[in-house]
Design a binder for this molecule. Structure first.
Ligand code: 13P
Ligand code: SF4
Length: 314
């Protein structure tokens, strides 16, 4: 079968099975094109909580499938490739995080959505990069808070909220790879370009930013800004939506430190292919399954995040 056969079959199966395909902005272009919804981590959770489809296919990484299943336990949640992980989620094993929490009694626990269900079950409230600042600000200024697992996002949120949250020492290998020198060189070629940076990047990259934000926030900024050129320091999949919404603007992917390629991709996200998506819809596997007790614990901090986000209009 070739790409157009897969596309035709995916469309047919989707209809036949009342399935919905939700894709993260970091997916390959052909996956974004066939998805019913394309969004950031927060939007994927919001849509998964609301959909009336019988089957949800999450084209992203494993924790995104888990989050959808936790929110919609009675629906079948499928992922094209169950081995598509996340270096950030992997940097925070639940048993070690539990020990860290026990070693710091009296602390509230805020976890980034890029975590396993077991870590979410240890958490008071989940956040994404779209709502982290606002959710942290719902806590009293002197509240003692553990924030995990992303040290870069945690440092950034500390800096913009004036908090001193205790940070878990995890990171995303993709966002830690950007090069200050290469962004500065690009700025020489495109002196008017605005620099867009995801808060999972290191502080020295964040310092170069005209705008720091989640994928959705960066897309919105690029769309609403009069500038015609943007250097984008996040996974390069977002460039597809940026370009689609702004045909008259130029988006330049910020390169990683090594010389392997001109842009920065998350290999986990790119494990999903049209063929795997087709097979997943056809065979209804790999399916995300979560133990009922774990689901009941993990759903609380995610629902709390969704409630706060709704109140804040996010
Ligand atoms: P957002 O979708 O919240 O911008 O997060 C990016 C990310 O790294 C997802 O894995
Ligand atoms: Fe995880 Fe980083 Fe890939 Fe996002 S980009 S899924 S944080 S490894």
């Amino acid at each position: 079968m070739n790409s157009s056969d897969f596309i035709e079959e995916i469309r047919r199966l989707k209809k036949e099975k009342n399935a919905v395909i939700m894709a993260h902005y970091y997916q390959a272009t052909e996956i974004q094109e066939i998805a019913d919804f394309v969004g950031d981590s927060l939007a994927l959770a919001q849509w998964a909580a609301k959909t009336d489809a019988d089957i949800i296919v999450i084209c992203g990484v494993h924790f995104m499938g888990e989050t959808a299943k936790i929110l919609s336990p009675n629906k079948k949640v499928l992922v094209p490739d169950a081995s598509a992980g996340c270096s950030l989620a992997d940097s925070c094993p639940a048993d070690e995080f539990e020990k860290f929490i026990k070693d710091h009694p009296g602390y509230k626990v805020i976890s980034y959505v890029n975590t396993t269900a077991a870590v979410k079950a240890l958490t008071d409230v989940v956040v994404t990069s779209t709502n982290a600042k606002q959710i942290v600000e719902t806590f009293d200024k002197d509240e003692k808070i553990i924030f995990g697992p992303d040290r870069n996002l945690g440092n950034y949120i500390n800096s913009v909220t004036g908090r001193n949250m205790l940070l878990w020492n995890g990171a995303c290998h993709v966002h830690e790879k950007f090069s200050v020198e290469k962004i500065k060189s690009l700025k020489k070629i495109y002196p008017n370009a605005k620099v867009l940076v995801h808060p999972e990047c290191k502080k020295n990259i964040v310092e170069l930013a005209d705008k720091v934000g989640s994928t959705a926030a960066l897309l919105k900024y690029a769309t609403n800004n009069d500038c015609k050129e943007f250097i984008v320091a996040t996974e390069s999949g977002i460039l597809f939506e940026m370009q689609k919404a702004n045909a008259d603007k130029v988006f330049i992917p910020a390169p990683p430190e090594d010389d392997t390629c001109a842009c920065n991709v998350c290999d986990f996200m790119r494990q999903n292919t049209l063929e795997k998506l087709y097979n997943c819809l056809k065979n209804e596997t790999p399916e995300i399954l979560i133990d009922e007790k774990l689901q009941k614990q993990a759903v609380k901090p995610i629902k709390k995040m969704l409630e706060i986000s709704e109140k804040l209009g996010l």
